[in-house]
Design a binder for this molecule. Structure first.
Ligand code: NG1
Ligand code: ZN
Length: 536
Protein backbone atom coordinates (compact mmCIF):
# COMPACT_ATOMS: atom_id res chain seq x y z
CA UNK A 1 0.00 0.00 0.00
CA UNK A 2 2.87 2.34 0.78
CA UNK A 3 4.07 1.72 -2.77
CA UNK A 4 0.69 2.50 -4.28
CA UNK A 5 0.37 5.72 -2.30
CA UNK A 6 3.89 6.85 -3.23
CA UNK A 7 3.33 6.08 -6.93
CA UNK A 8 -0.10 7.69 -6.95
CA UNK A 9 1.39 10.97 -5.69
CA UNK A 10 3.23 11.22 -9.01
CA UNK A 11 -0.04 10.95 -10.97
CA UNK A 12 -2.68 12.94 -9.08
CA UNK A 13 -6.29 12.86 -10.15
CA UNK A 14 -7.74 16.17 -11.35
CA UNK A 15 -10.85 17.04 -9.33
CA UNK A 16 -13.90 17.61 -11.53
CA UNK A 17 -16.46 20.37 -11.07
CA UNK A 18 -18.88 20.09 -8.16
CA UNK A 19 -21.39 17.33 -8.72
CA UNK A 20 -19.44 15.71 -11.58
CA UNK A 21 -17.66 12.37 -11.41
CA UNK A 22 -15.48 10.31 -13.76
CA UNK A 23 -17.39 7.50 -15.39
CA UNK A 24 -16.41 4.35 -17.27
CA UNK A 25 -18.71 4.96 -20.25
CA UNK A 26 -19.50 3.21 -23.51
CA UNK A 27 -15.85 3.50 -24.56
CA UNK A 28 -14.09 3.59 -21.17
CA UNK A 29 -12.94 6.92 -19.74
CA UNK A 30 -12.86 9.53 -22.48
CA UNK A 31 -12.27 13.29 -22.20
CA UNK A 32 -9.65 16.03 -22.63
CA UNK A 33 -6.27 14.37 -22.20
CA UNK A 34 -5.13 16.71 -19.36
CA UNK A 35 -7.61 14.97 -17.05
CA UNK A 36 -6.42 11.48 -17.73
CA UNK A 37 -3.00 10.91 -16.15
CA UNK A 38 -4.42 10.05 -12.72
CA UNK A 39 -7.20 8.06 -14.39
CA UNK A 40 -4.65 5.99 -16.30
CA UNK A 41 -2.74 5.21 -13.08
CA UNK A 42 -5.94 4.03 -11.44
CA UNK A 43 -6.97 1.95 -14.44
CA UNK A 44 -3.57 0.27 -14.03
CA UNK A 45 -4.49 -0.68 -10.47
CA UNK A 46 -7.83 -2.06 -11.58
CA UNK A 47 -6.33 -4.08 -14.45
CA UNK A 48 -3.86 -5.65 -12.03
CA UNK A 49 -6.75 -6.70 -9.77
CA UNK A 50 -8.74 -8.02 -12.73
CA UNK A 51 -5.81 -10.12 -13.96
CA UNK A 52 -5.32 -11.67 -10.51
CA UNK A 53 -9.08 -12.26 -10.20
CA UNK A 54 -9.03 -14.16 -13.52
CA UNK A 55 -6.22 -16.58 -12.63
CA UNK A 56 -3.40 -14.35 -13.85
CA UNK A 57 -4.72 -14.12 -17.42
CA UNK A 58 -3.51 -11.06 -19.30
CA UNK A 59 -5.77 -7.99 -19.31
CA UNK A 60 -5.50 -5.35 -22.07
CA UNK A 61 -5.50 -1.57 -21.77
CA UNK A 62 -5.98 0.62 -24.86
CA UNK A 63 -5.26 4.34 -24.81
CA UNK A 64 -7.26 6.06 -27.55
CA UNK A 65 -10.07 8.55 -28.13
CA UNK A 66 -10.99 7.03 -31.49
CA UNK A 67 -12.75 9.61 -33.73
CA UNK A 68 -12.69 12.41 -31.12
CA UNK A 69 -10.48 15.51 -31.50
CA UNK A 70 -6.70 15.32 -31.12
CA UNK A 71 -6.73 17.02 -27.69
CA UNK A 72 -8.89 14.24 -26.23
CA UNK A 73 -7.79 10.84 -25.13
CA UNK A 74 -9.36 7.77 -23.56
CA UNK A 75 -8.59 4.61 -21.63
CA UNK A 76 -10.42 1.32 -21.85
CA UNK A 77 -9.91 -2.15 -20.48
CA UNK A 78 -10.00 -5.36 -22.53
CA UNK A 79 -10.96 -8.73 -21.01
CA UNK A 80 -8.94 -11.96 -21.62
CA UNK A 81 -10.64 -13.19 -24.82
CA UNK A 82 -10.29 -9.73 -26.36
CA UNK A 83 -13.82 -8.68 -25.46
CA UNK A 84 -14.90 -5.49 -23.66
CA UNK A 85 -14.56 -5.30 -19.88
CA UNK A 86 -17.37 -7.10 -18.02
CA UNK A 87 -20.05 -4.57 -17.10
CA UNK A 88 -19.91 -5.19 -13.34
CA UNK A 89 -16.25 -4.20 -13.33
CA UNK A 90 -16.97 -0.93 -15.12
CA UNK A 91 -18.52 0.17 -11.83
CA UNK A 92 -15.41 -0.87 -9.84
CA UNK A 93 -13.16 1.12 -12.14
CA UNK A 94 -15.46 4.12 -11.81
CA UNK A 95 -15.22 3.74 -8.03
CA UNK A 96 -11.43 3.50 -7.99
CA UNK A 97 -10.98 6.46 -10.32
CA UNK A 98 -13.24 8.69 -8.21
CA UNK A 99 -11.33 8.22 -4.92
CA UNK A 100 -10.43 11.71 -3.73
CA UNK A 101 -7.22 10.98 -1.79
CA UNK A 102 -4.28 8.59 -2.25
CA UNK A 103 -5.16 6.93 1.05
CA UNK A 104 -8.78 6.38 -0.03
CA UNK A 105 -7.48 4.96 -3.29
CA UNK A 106 -5.18 2.47 -1.53
CA UNK A 107 -7.99 1.49 0.85
CA UNK A 108 -10.49 0.97 -1.98
CA UNK A 109 -7.94 -1.14 -3.85
CA UNK A 110 -7.42 -3.33 -0.78
CA UNK A 111 -11.16 -3.57 -0.14
CA UNK A 112 -11.78 -4.75 -3.73
CA UNK A 113 -9.03 -7.35 -3.35
CA UNK A 114 -10.69 -8.63 -0.18
CA UNK A 115 -14.17 -8.58 -1.67
CA UNK A 116 -13.02 -10.83 -4.53
CA UNK A 117 -10.64 -12.93 -2.39
CA UNK A 118 -7.76 -11.89 -4.62
CA UNK A 119 -4.31 -13.10 -3.61
CA UNK A 120 -2.21 -9.98 -4.16
CA UNK A 121 1.00 -12.04 -4.29
CA UNK A 122 -0.18 -14.15 -7.25
CA UNK A 123 1.15 -13.25 -10.73
CA UNK A 124 -0.64 -10.62 -12.82
CA UNK A 125 -0.17 -9.50 -16.40
CA UNK A 126 -1.31 -6.49 -18.43
CA UNK A 127 -0.61 -5.71 -22.10
CA UNK A 128 -1.23 -2.27 -23.53
CA UNK A 129 -1.02 -0.03 -26.56
CA UNK A 130 -1.96 3.47 -27.65
CA UNK A 131 -2.97 5.40 -30.74
CA UNK A 132 -0.88 8.23 -32.25
CA UNK A 133 -2.03 11.02 -29.89
CA UNK A 134 1.02 12.70 -28.28
CA UNK A 135 -0.69 12.62 -24.85
CA UNK A 136 -0.63 8.82 -24.98
CA UNK A 137 3.01 8.85 -23.94
CA UNK A 138 2.33 10.38 -20.49
CA UNK A 139 -0.69 8.15 -20.00
CA UNK A 140 1.19 4.89 -20.56
CA UNK A 141 3.87 6.18 -18.15
CA UNK A 142 1.25 6.52 -15.41
CA UNK A 143 -0.17 3.11 -16.29
CA UNK A 144 3.28 1.45 -16.06
CA UNK A 145 3.89 3.06 -12.64
CA UNK A 146 0.68 1.46 -11.34
CA UNK A 147 1.73 -1.91 -12.74
CA UNK A 148 5.18 -1.60 -11.11
CA UNK A 149 3.63 -0.60 -7.78
CA UNK A 150 1.42 -3.71 -7.82
CA UNK A 151 4.09 -6.18 -8.98
CA UNK A 152 2.33 -6.73 -12.32
CA UNK A 153 4.18 -7.95 -15.40
CA UNK A 154 3.44 -6.00 -18.54
CA UNK A 155 4.15 -5.65 -22.24
CA UNK A 156 4.09 -2.21 -23.83
CA UNK A 157 3.12 -2.72 -27.49
CA UNK A 158 3.56 1.01 -28.16
CA UNK A 159 1.48 2.34 -31.05
CA UNK A 160 -1.35 0.03 -32.22
CA UNK A 161 -4.85 0.15 -33.66
CA UNK A 162 -7.53 -0.72 -31.11
CA UNK A 163 -8.38 -4.05 -32.79
CA UNK A 164 -4.68 -5.02 -32.86
CA UNK A 165 -4.56 -4.70 -29.08
CA UNK A 166 -7.71 -6.83 -28.77
CA UNK A 167 -6.04 -9.42 -31.02
CA UNK A 168 -2.86 -9.46 -28.92
CA UNK A 169 -4.81 -9.93 -25.67
CA UNK A 170 -6.64 -12.95 -27.09
CA UNK A 171 -3.43 -14.46 -28.53
CA UNK A 172 -1.63 -14.03 -25.21
CA UNK A 173 -4.32 -15.91 -23.30
CA UNK A 174 -4.80 -18.74 -25.79
CA UNK A 175 -1.16 -19.54 -26.56
CA UNK A 176 -0.53 -23.29 -26.75
CA UNK A 177 -4.21 -24.13 -26.28
CA UNK A 178 -6.71 -25.56 -28.79
CA UNK A 179 -8.21 -22.04 -29.01
CA UNK A 180 -4.90 -20.51 -30.09
CA UNK A 181 -5.68 -17.32 -32.00
CA UNK A 182 -2.39 -16.45 -33.69
CA UNK A 183 1.22 -15.41 -33.16
CA UNK A 184 1.53 -12.93 -30.26
CA UNK A 185 2.97 -10.00 -32.17
CA UNK A 186 1.98 -7.21 -34.51
CA UNK A 187 3.71 -9.10 -37.32
CA UNK A 188 1.65 -12.16 -36.36
CA UNK A 189 -1.52 -10.11 -36.89
CA UNK A 190 -0.41 -9.05 -40.40
CA UNK A 191 0.65 -12.60 -41.30
CA UNK A 192 -2.66 -14.06 -40.17
CA UNK A 193 -4.69 -11.48 -42.09
CA UNK A 194 -2.67 -11.59 -45.32
CA UNK A 195 -2.63 -15.36 -45.40
CA UNK A 196 -6.40 -15.55 -44.78
CA UNK A 197 -7.03 -12.80 -47.36
CA UNK A 198 -5.26 -14.77 -50.10
CA UNK A 199 -7.06 -17.98 -49.09
CA UNK A 200 -10.46 -16.26 -49.00
CA UNK A 201 -9.92 -14.73 -52.45
CA UNK A 202 -9.25 -18.24 -53.75
CA UNK A 203 -7.96 -16.93 -57.05
CA UNK A 204 -10.55 -14.17 -57.54
CA UNK A 205 -8.90 -10.85 -58.32
CA UNK A 206 -9.50 -7.54 -56.60
CA UNK A 207 -10.50 -5.07 -59.34
CA UNK A 208 -9.10 -1.56 -59.68
CA UNK A 209 -7.68 0.74 -57.02
CA UNK A 210 -8.97 1.10 -53.48
CA UNK A 211 -8.38 4.50 -51.85
CA UNK A 212 -8.23 4.32 -48.05
CA UNK A 213 -8.62 7.49 -45.97
CA UNK A 214 -7.01 6.82 -42.58
CA UNK A 215 -8.20 9.96 -40.70
CA UNK A 216 -4.51 10.83 -40.16
CA UNK A 217 -4.56 8.22 -37.42
CA UNK A 218 -2.83 5.00 -36.51
CA UNK A 219 -4.58 3.09 -39.31
CA UNK A 220 -2.34 4.76 -41.93
CA UNK A 221 1.06 3.38 -40.96
CA UNK A 222 -0.50 0.05 -39.91
CA UNK A 223 -2.25 -0.41 -43.25
CA UNK A 224 0.99 0.42 -45.09
CA UNK A 225 2.80 -2.15 -42.94
CA UNK A 226 0.12 -4.76 -43.65
CA UNK A 227 0.45 -4.25 -47.40
CA UNK A 228 4.08 -5.41 -47.23
CA UNK A 229 2.74 -8.82 -46.22
CA UNK A 230 0.60 -9.17 -49.36
CA UNK A 231 2.73 -10.65 -52.16
CA UNK A 232 1.74 -8.56 -55.19
CA UNK A 233 2.68 -11.31 -57.67
CA UNK A 234 0.32 -13.83 -56.06
CA UNK A 235 -2.36 -11.35 -55.05
CA UNK A 236 -2.37 -7.98 -56.81
CA UNK A 237 -3.99 -5.51 -54.40
CA UNK A 238 -3.75 -1.89 -55.45
CA UNK A 239 -4.30 0.31 -52.39
CA UNK A 240 -3.78 4.05 -52.19
CA UNK A 241 -3.29 5.09 -48.56
CA UNK A 242 -4.36 8.74 -48.00
CA UNK A 243 -4.71 11.02 -44.98
CA UNK A 244 -1.95 9.22 -43.12
CA UNK A 245 -0.07 12.26 -41.72
CA UNK A 246 0.52 10.84 -38.25
CA UNK A 247 3.54 13.12 -37.74
CA UNK A 248 1.04 16.04 -37.60
CA UNK A 249 -1.09 15.11 -34.58
CA UNK A 250 -3.20 18.26 -34.90
CA UNK A 251 -4.85 16.93 -38.10
CA UNK A 252 -6.02 13.67 -36.52
CA UNK A 253 -9.69 13.09 -37.50
CA UNK A 254 -9.78 16.54 -39.06
CA UNK A 255 -12.06 16.69 -42.15
CA UNK A 256 -11.42 13.00 -42.70
CA UNK A 257 -12.18 9.57 -41.37
CA UNK A 258 -15.23 7.32 -41.02
CA UNK A 259 -16.98 9.53 -38.48
CA UNK A 260 -16.63 12.62 -40.70
CA UNK A 261 -17.98 10.75 -43.73
CA UNK A 262 -20.91 9.22 -41.82
CA UNK A 263 -22.02 12.35 -39.97
CA UNK A 264 -21.39 14.86 -42.78
CA UNK A 265 -22.60 12.44 -45.47
CA UNK A 266 -19.85 13.47 -47.85
CA UNK A 267 -16.36 12.45 -48.95
CA UNK A 268 -13.34 14.03 -47.22
CA UNK A 269 -12.41 17.25 -49.10
CA UNK A 270 -8.87 16.02 -49.46
CA UNK A 271 -7.75 14.26 -51.59
CA UNK A 272 -10.24 15.62 -54.12
CA UNK A 273 -12.88 12.93 -54.84
CA UNK A 274 -12.27 11.01 -58.08
CA UNK A 275 -15.43 10.00 -59.97
CA UNK A 276 -16.40 6.33 -59.52
CA UNK A 277 -13.26 5.54 -57.46
CA UNK A 278 -13.74 2.86 -54.78
CA UNK A 279 -13.03 4.61 -51.48
CA UNK A 280 -13.27 3.80 -47.80
CA UNK A 281 -12.48 5.57 -44.53
CA UNK A 282 -11.17 4.27 -41.19
CA UNK A 283 -11.67 6.23 -37.97
CA UNK A 284 -8.81 7.45 -35.73
CA UNK A 285 -8.12 4.09 -34.06
CA UNK A 286 -9.14 1.95 -37.05
CA UNK A 287 -12.12 0.12 -35.63
CA UNK A 288 -14.76 1.69 -37.90
CA UNK A 289 -15.15 1.42 -41.67
CA UNK A 290 -17.31 3.25 -44.21
CA UNK A 291 -17.21 2.78 -48.03
CA UNK A 292 -18.30 5.39 -50.61
CA UNK A 293 -18.00 6.59 -54.17
CA UNK A 294 -18.90 9.67 -56.14
CA UNK A 295 -21.00 9.22 -59.28
CA UNK A 296 -20.99 11.78 -62.09
CA UNK A 297 -24.80 11.90 -62.20
CA UNK A 298 -26.04 11.03 -58.72
CA UNK A 299 -23.13 12.36 -56.65
CA UNK A 300 -21.89 11.00 -53.34
CA UNK A 301 -23.05 7.55 -52.22
CA UNK A 302 -22.16 6.01 -48.88
CA UNK A 303 -22.08 2.32 -47.95
CA UNK A 304 -22.25 2.33 -44.15
CA UNK A 305 -22.38 -0.34 -41.44
CA UNK A 306 -25.88 -1.44 -42.52
CA UNK A 307 -24.61 -2.04 -46.06
CA UNK A 308 -21.51 -3.90 -44.85
CA UNK A 309 -23.70 -6.11 -42.65
CA UNK A 310 -26.06 -6.96 -45.53
CA UNK A 311 -23.15 -7.66 -47.88
CA UNK A 312 -21.49 -9.99 -45.36
CA UNK A 313 -24.76 -11.71 -44.44
CA UNK A 314 -25.69 -12.32 -48.07
CA UNK A 315 -22.28 -13.74 -49.00
CA UNK A 316 -21.86 -15.87 -45.89
CA UNK A 317 -25.49 -17.05 -46.08
CA UNK A 318 -24.87 -18.32 -49.63
CA UNK A 319 -21.66 -20.08 -48.56
CA UNK A 320 -23.40 -21.78 -45.63
CA UNK A 321 -26.05 -23.15 -48.02
CA UNK A 322 -23.45 -24.21 -50.57
CA UNK A 323 -21.58 -26.00 -47.79
CA UNK A 324 -24.77 -27.80 -46.76
CA UNK A 325 -24.56 -26.39 -43.24
CA UNK A 326 -27.83 -24.40 -43.17
CA UNK A 327 -29.59 -26.95 -40.95
CA UNK A 328 -26.69 -27.22 -38.50
CA UNK A 329 -25.64 -23.60 -38.11
CA UNK A 330 -27.85 -20.67 -37.17
CA UNK A 331 -26.92 -17.47 -39.03
CA UNK A 332 -28.32 -14.11 -37.96
CA UNK A 333 -27.79 -10.36 -38.07
CA UNK A 334 -27.71 -7.97 -35.10
CA UNK A 335 -28.53 -4.28 -35.52
CA UNK A 336 -29.56 -1.31 -33.39
CA UNK A 337 -32.65 0.84 -33.82
CA UNK A 338 -30.52 3.23 -35.92
CA UNK A 339 -30.24 0.68 -38.74
CA UNK A 340 -32.19 1.81 -41.77
CA UNK A 341 -35.54 0.00 -41.96
CA UNK A 342 -34.86 -0.91 -45.59
CA UNK A 343 -31.77 -2.88 -44.54
CA UNK A 344 -33.75 -4.79 -41.91
CA UNK A 345 -36.46 -5.61 -44.44
CA UNK A 346 -33.85 -6.73 -46.98
CA UNK A 347 -32.23 -9.10 -44.48
CA UNK A 348 -35.49 -10.60 -43.29
CA UNK A 349 -37.35 -10.84 -46.57
CA UNK A 350 -34.68 -11.17 -49.20
CA UNK A 351 -31.85 -12.92 -47.36
CA UNK A 352 -34.37 -14.75 -45.14
CA UNK A 353 -32.19 -14.38 -42.05
CA UNK A 354 -33.33 -13.45 -38.55
CA UNK A 355 -32.56 -9.93 -37.27
CA UNK A 356 -32.09 -9.08 -33.59
CA UNK A 357 -32.20 -5.47 -32.38
CA UNK A 358 -30.17 -4.46 -29.31
CA UNK A 359 -29.40 -1.28 -27.40
CA UNK A 360 -26.73 1.08 -28.74
CA UNK A 361 -23.13 0.16 -27.89
CA UNK A 362 -20.97 -2.49 -29.44
CA UNK A 363 -20.84 -4.70 -26.36
CA UNK A 364 -24.60 -5.28 -26.62
CA UNK A 365 -24.40 -6.19 -30.29
CA UNK A 366 -21.38 -8.45 -29.81
CA UNK A 367 -23.10 -10.31 -27.00
CA UNK A 368 -26.28 -10.89 -29.05
CA UNK A 369 -24.25 -11.99 -32.09
CA UNK A 370 -22.59 -14.69 -29.99
CA UNK A 371 -26.02 -16.33 -29.59
CA UNK A 372 -25.85 -17.33 -33.27
CA UNK A 373 -23.39 -19.79 -34.80
CA UNK A 374 -22.66 -17.08 -37.32
CA UNK A 375 -23.53 -13.64 -35.99
CA UNK A 376 -23.13 -10.60 -38.23
CA UNK A 377 -23.28 -7.32 -36.33
CA UNK A 378 -22.66 -3.72 -37.35
CA UNK A 379 -23.66 -0.34 -36.02
CA UNK A 380 -24.70 2.01 -38.82
CA UNK A 381 -21.54 4.04 -38.06
CA UNK A 382 -19.38 1.21 -39.42
CA UNK A 383 -18.27 -0.55 -36.24
CA UNK A 384 -18.86 -4.27 -36.33
CA UNK A 385 -17.68 -7.73 -37.26
CA UNK A 386 -18.85 -11.31 -37.81
CA UNK A 387 -18.47 -13.84 -35.00
CA UNK A 388 -18.31 -17.59 -35.50
CA UNK A 389 -19.12 -20.12 -32.76
CA UNK A 390 -16.66 -22.94 -31.98
CA UNK A 391 -19.19 -25.34 -33.59
CA UNK A 392 -19.17 -23.30 -36.78
CA UNK A 393 -15.37 -23.12 -36.98
CA UNK A 394 -15.16 -26.86 -36.37
CA UNK A 395 -17.75 -27.62 -39.06
CA UNK A 396 -15.83 -25.53 -41.64
CA UNK A 397 -12.69 -27.56 -41.02
CA UNK A 398 -14.09 -31.02 -40.35
CA UNK A 399 -17.20 -31.54 -42.49
CA UNK A 400 -16.57 -34.06 -45.28
CA UNK A 401 -17.33 -32.31 -48.59
CA UNK A 402 -19.55 -34.26 -51.01
CA UNK A 403 -18.57 -32.25 -54.09
CA UNK A 404 -15.88 -29.83 -55.28
CA UNK A 405 -18.37 -26.95 -54.90
CA UNK A 406 -19.05 -27.93 -51.32
CA UNK A 407 -15.32 -28.13 -50.59
CA UNK A 408 -14.84 -24.67 -52.04
CA UNK A 409 -17.58 -23.24 -49.83
CA UNK A 410 -16.15 -24.88 -46.71
CA UNK A 411 -12.66 -23.58 -47.49
CA UNK A 412 -14.02 -20.06 -48.05
CA UNK A 413 -15.86 -20.13 -44.74
CA UNK A 414 -12.74 -21.35 -42.92
CA UNK A 415 -10.70 -18.56 -44.52
CA UNK A 416 -13.29 -15.95 -43.48
CA UNK A 417 -13.11 -17.32 -39.92
CA UNK A 418 -9.43 -16.40 -39.88
CA UNK A 419 -9.78 -13.15 -41.83
CA UNK A 420 -12.52 -11.58 -39.71
CA UNK A 421 -11.41 -10.28 -36.30
CA UNK A 422 -13.38 -12.29 -33.74
CA UNK A 423 -12.73 -9.96 -30.82
CA UNK A 424 -14.04 -6.57 -31.98
CA UNK A 425 -14.86 -4.47 -35.05
CA UNK A 426 -11.67 -4.00 -37.07
CA UNK A 427 -11.54 -1.59 -40.02
CA UNK A 428 -8.59 -3.35 -41.69
CA UNK A 429 -10.02 -6.84 -41.32
CA UNK A 430 -13.55 -5.70 -42.31
CA UNK A 431 -12.13 -3.91 -45.35
CA UNK A 432 -10.39 -7.10 -46.48
CA UNK A 433 -13.66 -8.99 -46.01
CA UNK A 434 -15.53 -6.47 -48.19
CA UNK A 435 -12.79 -6.64 -50.84
CA UNK A 436 -13.00 -10.44 -50.89
CA UNK A 437 -16.78 -10.38 -51.31
CA UNK A 438 -16.71 -7.74 -54.05
CA UNK A 439 -13.99 -9.72 -55.85
CA UNK A 440 -16.02 -12.94 -55.69
CA UNK A 441 -19.20 -11.26 -56.88
CA UNK A 442 -17.23 -9.16 -59.42
CA UNK A 443 -19.18 -6.16 -58.09
CA UNK A 444 -18.36 -2.48 -58.16
CA UNK A 445 -19.62 -0.27 -55.32
CA UNK A 446 -22.45 0.79 -57.62
CA UNK A 447 -23.65 -2.79 -57.93
CA UNK A 448 -23.38 -3.25 -54.19
CA UNK A 449 -25.44 -0.07 -53.65
CA UNK A 450 -28.37 -1.31 -55.74
CA UNK A 451 -29.22 -4.27 -53.47
CA UNK A 452 -31.86 -2.13 -51.70
CA UNK A 453 -32.79 1.57 -51.37
CA UNK A 454 -32.47 3.27 -47.99
CA UNK A 455 -35.53 4.94 -46.54
CA UNK A 456 -34.94 8.69 -46.21
CA UNK A 457 -33.96 9.33 -42.59
CA UNK A 458 -32.94 12.06 -40.19
CA UNK A 459 -30.96 11.96 -36.95
CA UNK A 460 -31.22 15.03 -34.71
CA UNK A 461 -29.53 15.88 -31.46
CA UNK A 462 -31.86 17.58 -28.98
CA UNK A 463 -30.52 19.58 -26.04
CA UNK A 464 -32.56 18.73 -22.95
CA UNK A 465 -32.36 19.91 -19.34
CA UNK A 466 -31.86 16.47 -17.85
CA UNK A 467 -31.38 13.59 -20.23
CA UNK A 468 -31.74 11.07 -17.39
CA UNK A 469 -35.50 11.71 -17.45
CA UNK A 470 -35.60 9.81 -20.73
CA UNK A 471 -35.70 6.10 -20.07
CA UNK A 472 -36.03 3.65 -22.91
CA UNK A 473 -37.18 0.04 -23.23
CA UNK A 474 -37.47 -2.51 -26.03
CA UNK A 475 -33.87 -2.11 -27.28
CA UNK A 476 -34.25 1.65 -26.93
CA UNK A 477 -37.10 1.79 -29.44
CA UNK A 478 -39.67 3.06 -26.95
CA UNK A 479 -39.67 5.54 -24.07
CA UNK A 480 -41.03 4.34 -20.72
CA UNK A 481 -40.35 7.80 -19.18
CA UNK A 482 -41.37 10.57 -19.07
CA UNK A 483 -44.97 9.28 -18.91
CA UNK A 484 -47.04 10.01 -22.01
CA UNK A 485 -44.12 10.86 -24.29
CA UNK A 486 -44.26 7.55 -26.14
CA UNK A 487 -48.00 7.90 -26.81
CA UNK A 488 -47.35 11.26 -28.42
CA UNK A 489 -44.55 9.79 -30.54
CA UNK A 490 -46.82 6.91 -31.62
CA UNK A 491 -49.50 9.41 -32.65
CA UNK A 492 -46.97 11.33 -34.79
CA UNK A 493 -45.52 8.21 -36.43
CA UNK A 494 -48.96 6.88 -37.41
CA UNK A 495 -49.45 9.73 -39.87
CA UNK A 496 -46.51 8.77 -42.11
CA UNK A 497 -46.13 6.07 -44.74
CA UNK A 498 -43.35 3.71 -43.66
CA UNK A 499 -42.84 6.03 -40.67
CA UNK A 500 -40.62 4.96 -37.79
CA UNK A 501 -39.18 7.17 -35.10
CA UNK A 502 -37.73 6.93 -31.61
CA UNK A 503 -36.01 9.10 -29.03
CA UNK A 504 -33.42 8.07 -26.44
CA UNK A 505 -30.83 9.63 -24.16
CA UNK A 506 -27.31 9.50 -25.61
CA UNK A 507 -24.84 7.35 -23.70
CA UNK A 508 -21.87 9.50 -24.68
CA UNK A 509 -23.21 13.08 -24.71
CA UNK A 510 -25.51 15.16 -22.56
CA UNK A 511 -28.38 15.18 -25.05
CA UNK A 512 -31.23 13.17 -26.53
CA UNK A 513 -31.13 11.74 -30.03
CA UNK A 514 -34.17 11.53 -32.25
CA UNK A 515 -34.19 9.24 -35.27
CA UNK A 516 -36.91 9.25 -37.90
CA UNK A 517 -37.44 7.59 -41.26
CA UNK A 518 -40.33 7.71 -43.72
CA UNK A 519 -41.17 7.13 -47.36
CA UNK A 520 -39.91 10.55 -48.51
CA UNK A 521 -37.22 13.03 -47.49
CA UNK A 522 -39.82 15.69 -46.61
CA UNK A 523 -41.79 13.29 -44.43
CA UNK A 524 -38.70 11.99 -42.63
CA UNK A 525 -37.64 15.55 -41.79
CA UNK A 526 -41.11 16.50 -40.67
CA UNK A 527 -41.44 13.44 -38.46
CA UNK A 528 -38.02 14.05 -36.90
CA UNK A 529 -38.96 17.63 -36.10
CA UNK A 530 -42.28 16.61 -34.57
CA UNK A 531 -40.67 14.02 -32.32
CA UNK A 532 -37.88 16.43 -31.39
CA UNK A 533 -40.56 18.92 -30.32
CA UNK A 534 -42.18 16.27 -28.11
CA UNK A 535 -38.86 15.55 -26.40
CA UNK A 536 -37.68 19.16 -26.08
P1 NG1 B 1 -24.80 7.45 -28.15
O1 NG1 B 1 -24.17 8.77 -27.79
O2 NG1 B 1 -25.20 6.62 -26.93
O3 NG1 B 1 -25.91 7.61 -29.14
C1 NG1 B 1 -22.81 6.96 -29.91
C2 NG1 B 1 -23.23 6.30 -31.21
C3 NG1 B 1 -23.13 4.79 -31.07
C4 NG1 B 1 -21.79 4.32 -30.51
C5 NG1 B 1 -21.36 5.18 -29.31
C6 NG1 B 1 -19.93 4.90 -28.86
C7 NG1 B 1 -25.01 7.02 -32.74
C8 NG1 B 1 -26.45 7.30 -32.92
N1 NG1 B 1 -24.63 6.63 -31.51
O4 NG1 B 1 -23.68 6.54 -28.87
O5 NG1 B 1 -23.41 4.19 -32.31
O6 NG1 B 1 -20.82 4.27 -31.50
O7 NG1 B 1 -21.49 6.58 -29.56
O8 NG1 B 1 -18.97 5.44 -29.71
O9 NG1 B 1 -24.22 7.13 -33.68
ZN1 ZN C 1 -12.86 3.97 -33.13
Amino acid sequence: NEQIIAASKKHPIVPLDEGKAYKYGTAGFRMRADFLEGVSFRVGLLSALRSRKLNSQAIGVMITASHNPAADNGIKIVDPMGEMLEQEWEAYSTKLVNCSTDQELADTYTALAEQFKIDLSSPAKVVYGRDTRPSGHTLVGALADALDATGTKYVDYKILTTPQLHYLVRCTNTENTPLSYGEISEAGYYKKLSEAFIRALAGSKVQGTLTVDCANGVGGPKLSEFLKYVPQDVCPFDVKVVNDAVHRPEVLNLDSGADFVKTKQRAPPSPAPVLDARCCSFDGDADRLIYYYTDSKTGFFMLDGDRIATLAASFIGDLVRAAGLQEELRTGVVQTAYANGASTQYIEEHLRLPVVCTSTGVKHLHHAACNFDIGVYFEANGHGTVVFSPDALRAFKEKEPQSPAQKEALDSLAALGDLINQTVGDALSDMLMVEVILAHKAWTLKEWSTTYSDLPNRLVRVEVGNKDLFQATDAERRLSHPPGAQDEIDEAVKKYTKGRSFARASGTENACRVYAEAATRVEADELANKVAAIVR
